[in-house]
Design a protein. Structure first.
Length: 269
């Protein structure tokens, strides 16, 4: 299998204009920006959630690249096979690290409880059900992991199916919750257009609308993959090629990274 060609690139701007290359000089501002970007990346990788987002993006990115390069070849070999193997190892790494997420999720569920009293009843109900699905997801996945590792003697497939179904349920509930919030925000924006509300208030609501739209897109991408991993016969289960799974996961991961960088709250599993 031949390796993929290097990405195409345009000639430097000065060459396009007919001028020869100029000597490269050092720009302190550029060095400071590079140092700032590096320190930011280090700060992200030093946190568990930040590292998980990066590993998730790399996992799906490798699957996207490996699946696209492999094409119809089965089993893939060479570079595509190596990329898919890296993706599988990163996925297994994230599964093992999620062994310690139960208590964090339990703490969040307890702190949320039944939701704040001033919140919409439907949003509160969907949030509670979403938290419940997430809380049940972790022990089911742990049992499946332990069965595959030979720690306990039970069939792992039914536990993987149950954990995937719980993940899909959580994503669906999250989508419905975001759609409900979007409906409320749209109604408030219409009311504010007819009133003398301050511009910062409208800007904050528009920022919330953008955040919820991105959350819906990310959850839809993950939900598509979750259905693909359910037993064959249910909707499009088992019909996605590896590159499509990687593409949807990459989209979801990049949205999560963007939301985290903007101060959003992404809890992609």
């Amino acid at each position: 299998m031949a390796t993929a060609p290097p990405p195409s690139r345009r000639a430097p701007r000065q060459l396009q204009a007919g001028r020869g290359p100029r000597p490269v000089t050092s720009h302190p501002g550029s060095v400071a920006m590079a140092a700032g970007a590096l320190s930011g990346l280090v700060a992200v990788l030093e946190t568990y959630r930040g590292r998980d987002r990066v590993v998730r993006a790399l996992c799906y990115g490798c699957q996207l690249a490996g699946g696209a390069l492999a094409g119809p070849q089965a089993p893939p070999s060479g570079l595509p096979g190596s990329l898919l193997a890296v993706s599988a190892q990163l996925s297994a790494c994230r599964t093992a690290l999620r062994l310690f997420d139960d208590f964090a999720m339990l703490g969040y569920s307890c702190s949320y409880g039944l939701g704040p009293k001033d919140e919409d009843v439907l949003v509160r109900g969907l949030s509670v059900l979403c938290n419940l699905a997430n809380q049940l997801y972790y022990p089911c996945e742990h049992v499946a992991w332990a069965a595959d590792a030979g720690i306990i003697r039970v069939g792992s497939q039914k536990w993987w199916t149950l954990s995937t179904a719980l993940w899909a349920s959580s994503l669906l509930l999250g989508i419905l919750r975001s759609l409900r919030i979007l409906f409320q925000l749209r109604r408030k924006l219409r009311q504010h257009q007819c009133s003398t509300s301050s511009p910062p208030s409208r800007r904050e609501m528009k920022a919330r609308v953008k955040a919820e739209v991105l959350s819906v897109l990310a959850d839809l991408a993950d939900l598509s993959n979750a259905i693909h991993w359910l037993p064959p016969g249910f909707l499009w289960a088992g019909h996605f090629p590896p590159w499509l799974v990687g593409l949807l996961g990459t989209i979801s991961s990049l949205i999560g990274i963007y939301q985290a960088s903007r101060g959003g709250n992404s809890e992609a599993v």
